[in-house]
Write a protein of this length. Structure first.
Length: 276
């Protein structure tokens, strides 16, 4: 048996961390002296501690480390490491996008070009038969996760969807002040309706007689400016008021365009004439 100080020197893990691992049940001593309270460890626990340190250094959370230790095997470890790689890659993508946003902001300041001039037209939009998936997400950048889940469901259930360019609709529902995150719904046009299953449901997206529509060409970063332009348009056209959920339709996206500058997104916002 090794006292905690000896075990600490042997493994080069601080006594404070060993206390912490004991308190959270990650690595408990083999024995605790009931008279002195000294924690006693065995040499056989060195391997378990090395696993904990390795996973901690790779930024695994405590719950993830506990799960990995419980189901430890080469296959399980491989799966967990691959999952962590994907998690890191997703984080890098988000960080790169934020860097691009910062560069774009600097470029706008340098050129003194805060271009908010988007052409807005009022037109009628027909109703659409869709299969949809609605979920509250942390922020707008997580919309892609909803699309991935919807496409997986469609593939698994052999659902036939329309192949036209505007076969997709993202609906951003109104949030209450107390709500957190974004209430988003992704929809794909279908050729026939079936029985709804769980969170995936067949429904009709209502049409609108007066929909304020604008086309945004280029990176999705420009969408924020487009919505700002719409708010400016509302001030210039006080006879209209915004009501209901806004929508986005991707006419040209990463699926069919290599360059961001060639993306084409349509923003649709329902409006109506004010009374009087």
């Amino acid at each position: 048996m090794l006292k905690i100080g000896e075990f600490s020197r042997l493994t080069r893990v601080s006594v404070r961390m060993l206390h912490y691992y004991d308190d959270i049940g990650l690595l408990k001593p083999v024995q605790t002296d009931k008279f002195t309270g000294y924690r006693l460890y065995s040499v056989s626990q060195v391997a378990a501690l090395q696993k904990i340190v390795m996973l901690r250094d790779m930024n695994f959370q405590i719950a993830e480390i506990r799960k990995a230790l419980k189901y430890w095997s080469d296959e399980t470890l491989r799966e967990e490491l691959n999952r962590k790689i994907q998690e890191k890659q997703n984080h890098i993508i988000k960080e790169q996008q934020q860097i691009q946003n910062l560069r774009s902001a600097i470029e706008s300041i340098n050129k003194k070009q805060l271009d908010l001039h988007y052409r807005i037209i009022i037109r009628e939009v027909p109703s659409r038969h869709v299969i949809s998936y609605r979920k509250r997400i942390p922020d707008y950048s997580c919309e892609k996760e909803l699309w991935n889940e919807l496409y997986c469901f469609i593939k698994e259930n052999h659902i036939e969807i329309s192949r036209q360019n505007d076969n997709n609709i993202t609906i951003f529902h109104e949030n209450k002040e107390s709500d957190s995150g974004v209430d988003a719904e992704v929809c794909l046009l279908v050729k026939e309706e079936r029985t709804s299953s769980g969170p995936f449901r067949y429904r009709i997206v209502d049409g609108a007689e007066t929909m304020a529509c604008m086309m945004v060409r280029g990176s999705y970063v420009k969408l924020d400016k487009a919505y700002q332009a719409f708010l400016g348009w509302l001030e210039e056209n006080p006879q209209y008021q915004w009501y209901g959920a806004s929508r986005q339709i991707c006419h040209r996206d990463p699926e069919n365009e290599e360059k961001e500058e060639d993306y084409l997104t349509e923003i649709q916002i329902p409006v109506k004439l004010r009374n009087g």
